[in-house]
Design a protein around this ligand. Structure first.
Ligand SMILES: [Zn+2]
Length: 77
């Protein structure tokens, strides 16, 4: 099984069908696939991100650009 990185807290998350996930379209947020910032999984025209829990998912959906900014450092839980 593969793993992705939770962009909010930096935790490794197992990629599975019941994982908490959200999809960002690159047309909405080009930063999502910047080189070296690839934390999610590429998926037709966008990037799918995985989260360790509901809190991180909601934070991310609130303000995705903040967590995908090159200057953002995951703070851990
Ligand atoms: Zn998290």
């Amino acid at each position: 099984m593969s793993a992705a990185i939770d962009p909010v807290c930096g935790m490794e998350v197992q990629v599975s069908p019941d994982a908490l996930t959200t999809m960002i379209l690159l047309s909405d947020l080009p930063n999502a696939a910047q080189p070296g910032r690839h934390r999610g999984v590429s998926e037709g025209g966008g990037e799918r991100f995985y989260f360790c829990g509901r809190g991180c998912l909601l934070d991310f959906q609130d303000e995705p650009a903040r967590f995908l900014d090159a200057g953002f450092q995951p703070s851990g839980m």
